[in-house]
Design a protein around this ligand. Structure first.
Ligand SMILES: Cc1cc2nc3c(=O)[nH]c(=O)nc-3n(C[C@H](O)[C@H](O)[C@H](O)COP(=O)(O)OP(=O)(O)OC[C@H]3O[C@@H](n4cnc5c(N)ncnc54)[C@H](O)[C@@H]3O)c2cc1C
Length: 358
């Protein structure tokens, strides 16, 4: 990722769109933020992921920071003067984030942070990390750790399936000192509130980003199928190709409705927004993987070459969207647990109506 790219986004005012104007953002609602993510995803999912993790750091400060922390950090992050990364995952703890072992030990200057983080997007370039760890009494906390802190070692990760330009890194923290003022949120709320709130926004970004990537795959496939001729006619005239295009278009349209619905609920602060966001992320990412698979199929060999199409990149990148911001299995668990209650309630309501009317 050329270093200038985030600077271009910052210059265009696209890094802090959902942050209030009071804190140097644009004050956009969740639907507009979502469509920005779709545009970025349509272009590059690595680029989208950088904006996503940077936004998640801001969201954590916005939701859980003190007034003073919001005033200090949000304007610099929203304007891209500093870039953030979200450091939750550890070598031994991914989905089960409550198990993380990074420690924060109180000291005269504040806290000493020690531990390891892995698979952290943009950590190879970021200025500040939102690190999740535990205090000596085991309570989970979040803290801001500048990347120039003594004792911090950042090792870029290479050879990834996708998100190759997302500047992933592995992080080793050895007694890195932070002031107490860098703790974000209440002690004990690090995972269940601070990380959860940020991940909720991250899921919306990935849902819309997958939607954007799907749009790119459909557009490229339609264009290619109309140009490429086999057996004397364009691919788009062959019904088996049309079948794939029909499935791709249908997936895109259904995912779009779910994404927009989730963003609308978020905009009005509806309590169902989080589960609808999980539903949108689960559906959009799963279907985007199938859409990219069809796109490569329609392009034939040209779909396997970075020189001839961008479908091979989408095919690799989209697989990652099924894993990040909570894997799709985690989304399924959340959807099932909430959905069961919802459907039990509606069955009871229907039964009561029938009893009352009989
Ligand atoms: C490109 C990329 C970028 C990333 N960026 C970041 C980042 O910026 N910050 C960050 O903190 N992390 C990041 N991650 C890490 C990502 O969040 C984790 O990979 C994800 O949370 C899954 O954790 P894991 O890989 O340890 O898999 P595990 O938790 O070990 O799970 C392995 C498999 O088992 C499934 N599984 C786990 N538990 C259950 C269960 N109870 N029931 C059913 N299935 C289950 C999972 O869904 C998964 O399919 C990134 C990862 C990648 C690949």
């Amino acid at each position: 990722m050329p270093a200038a790219v985030p600077a271009v986004l910052a210059h265009a005012g696209l890094l802090g769109t959902f942050i209030s104007t009071e804190h140097a953002g644009r004050g956009w609602d969740a639907v507009s933020f979502g469509w920005l993510c779709a545009e970025l995803g349509q272009c590059s999912l690595s680029l989208l992921s950088i904006v996503t993790v940077h936004s998640m750091v801001m969201e954590a400060i916005r939701l859980s920071g003190t007034e003073q922390q919001r005033a200090e950090w949000l304007p610099v992050l929203a304007q891209g003067k500093k870039m953030g990364a979200f450091a939750l995952t550890e070598p031994d703890f991914g989905s089960d984030a409550t198990g993380i072992q990074t420690s924060l030990v109180e000291c005269a200057e504040g806290y000493r942070v020690s531990g390891r983080k892995k698979w952290i997007s943009y950590a190879a370039r970021a200025d500040v990390l939102l690190v999740f760890g535990k205090l000596e009494d085991g309570s989970a906390v979040a803290c801001l750790l500048p990347t120039d802190a003594p004792g911090l070692r950042i090792t870029p990760m290479k050879g990834l399936l996708g998100f190759r330009a997302a500047m992933l890194a592995e992080i080793e923290m050895n007694d890195c000192v932070i002031p107490a003022a860098n703790l974000i949120g209440r002690k004990g709320a690090g995972i269940n509130y601070v990380a959860a709130g940020a991940l909720d926004l991250g899921r919306l970004a990935i849902a819309f980003g997958s939607l954007g990537a799907m749009e790119a795959c459909v557009t490229d496939s339609v264009t290619y199928a109309r140009q490429r001729k086999q057996f004397g006619q364009s691919l788009s005239k062959h019904q088996l190709i049309q079948q794939m295009l029909a499935d791709m278009i249908t997936s895109y349209k259904a995912a779009e409705r779910l994404c927009v619905y989730a963003a609308e609920l978020r905009t009005v602060g509806d309590p169902m927004a989080a589960v609808e966001t999980a539903t949108a992320k689960y559906f959009a990412s799963t279907h985007a993987v199938t859409v990219a698979n069809h796109a490569v199929q329609i392009h034939g060999a040209a779909g396997c070459s970075a020189a001839e199409s961008r479908t091979e990149r989408f095919y690799r990148d989209l697989k990652i969207t099924e894993l990040i911001e909570g894997s799709n299995q985690m989304q399924q668990i959340m959807i099932a647990q909430n959905g069961m209650g919802e459907f039990v309630q509606s069955a009871l309501r229907r039964k009561r109506l029938l009893t009352d009317n009989s």
